[in-house]
Design a protein around this ligand. Structure first.
Ligand code: MN
Length: 465
């Protein structure tokens, strides 16, 4: 399990008695937090009393590969010049917890000793100043540490820190390059690695074809059995389904061998494959592997990161594309889908496996999952490259039931309402330069994206909240 260092600040002036009490109190807080935080272990650190100790612990946090973040709290006053050198060395996300060990003020017994021991109001302001002066992007959470609202924000920070740690070592494979002439899916791959850690590399589709050719009959049979369990097979063309089973097996092997967490393909570069990967990609996506079509590495990587952030929560997270609208005034709806690749995490009910011709790409009819989408509150998140910086665009949407059946539409689809209304929402998205590809999530919220943007120092535009 990943770790989060919990660092309590104080100083030498108070004497042993006070420092002993600071240590006892902060250990009790850490024990409590470990009951409430499930996705990482909070690790108590010795109280920091001076500049050398601050630098030592923050350097250790930065160097510890298992440490994904740091929580700091000033139990007493802690003169902040002593934090400068340590904070300059800190490379991990920071949560500044502004709290107290005691909840109520002990009105009847309070004296100067109590005041000296419990002065977060004082010490956290001094510490906050130096963080701001140093320009450190961090999350400040104020309130009694046992409050549900405070714990909720700490847990959100943990989710985002885990996602950032994952992002830092995310490897992205592009089968083929960006779709010819498409602008928004392209981007600066070097800058993506500098900003987010994404190591994005090109692979020849032949590397995958070789693995496809090596898939055994037994492996295909097992995969077909798993399809029959999860889905309703609604086709006689089982050979086409088996072809996708091979692609899925080959993809899984490739991802494992190259330690890849997100990938792209493009229908313009499928040499050696009989079909555009559809069912195969849909299944791989359902496991939280990032996917972007047409060489869209940003959407692919962002999907993998947001799936990591959403781990353990209820709801669905995956790539979707803005496709077409119902523009009845006041009731406008968007239909989101793709040529084939819609993750079954969005399925309302049991998807069907179907084989239909594809009008683009000149390949054999591919097998794909077809289903109607789930309903509920959601967000659509897009990342674009502005040339000087990356921009996140996060829109408020409400996934809705499709008003009527669409018996002739051979792809999975999700429908939603753009908020606050169609014109403002769609116009804002277009002004902001938002892509036609997005990561849609019913598990994550605006607050998660805001925190991710803040801690990664990324520009973000919110629409419809
Ligand atoms: Mn597309």
């Amino acid at each position: 399990m990943k770790k989060i260092y919990f660092i309590t600040g104080s100083q030498d002036l108070y004497g042993d008695e006070t420092l002993k009490q600071v240590a006892v109190d902060s250990q009790e807080m850490v024990a409590f937090l470990n009951e409430k935080v499930k996705k990482a272990e909070i690790v108590w650190q010795n109280t920091v009393r001076n500049s050398e100790e601050a630098e030592d612990v923050l350097l250790r946090a930065s160097a510890d590969k298992d440490c994904i973040a740091v929580i700091t709290w000033m139990h007493t006053f802690s003169p902040a010049k002593m934090w400068i050198k340590g904070l300059q060395r800190l490379m991990k996300p920071l949560l500044h917890l502004h709290t107290q060990f005691n909840r109520e003020l002990p009105y009847k017994t309070i004296d100067m000793d109590f005041m000296n021991l419990n002065q977060s109001a004082h010490g956290d302001r001094e510490y906050g100043f130096i963080c701001t002066r140093l320009g450190i992007q961090r999350e400040v959470v104020a309130g009694y540490y046992k409050n549900e609202s405070v714990l909720k924000r700490i847990n959100r920070f943990v989710d985002v820190a885990i996602a950032m740690d994952f992002s830092h070592s995310l490897r992205v494979a592009m089968f083929g390059n960006n779709m010819r002439d498409v602008a928004v899916t392209d981007g600066d791959r070097v800058e993506s690695e500098i900003r987010f850690g994404w190591n994005v590399n090109y692979y020849g589709i032949g590397d995958l074809v070789e693995l496809v050719d090596g898939v055994t009959q037994k492996e295909v049979d097992e995969k077909m059995a798993s399809y029959a369990e999860k889905y309703e097979i609604r086709t006689d063309n089982l050979d086409a389904v088996k072809e996708q089973a091979k692609y899925e097996i080959a993809l899984e092997k490739f991802l494992a061998k190259e330690r890849i967490g997100a990938f792209t393909d493009t229908f313009q570069d499928l040499h050696g494959l009989k079909q555009l990967p559809g069912l195969a990609v849909q299944n791989v996506m359902a496991n939280g592997v990032g996917f972007g079509p047409e060489g869209d590495y940003k959407t692919s990587a962002l999907m993998a990161v947001l799936c990591k952030m959403a781990e353990g929560r209820t709801g669905a997270t995956a790539f979707l594309e803005d496709y077409t609208y119902d523009l009845c005034e006041g009731e406008e709806l968007e239909l989101a889908s793709h040529m084939l690749e819609v993750s079954p995490v969005f399925a309302d009910g049991k998807p069907t496996v179907e084989v239909h011709p594809l009008g683009i790409g000149g390949k054999e009819p591919p097998a794909r999952l077809v289903f109607d989408g789930i309903v509920g509150k959601g967000i659509a998140v897009s990342m674009v490259d502005m040339g000087t910086h990356f921009r996140l665009i996060c829109a408020n949407i409400e996934l809705v039931k499709q008003p009527e059946a669409m018996p002739k539409l051979p792809v999975a689809r999700v429908m939603w309402k753009i908020l606050p209304d169609f014109a403002s929402g769609a116009e804002s998205w277009i002004y902001a330069g938002g892509a036609h590809h997005a990561v849609v999530s019913t598990a994550l919220t605006k607050e998660d994206i805001a925190l991710f943007a803040k801690l990664t120092d990324t520009e973000v535009v919110f629409i419809g909240f």
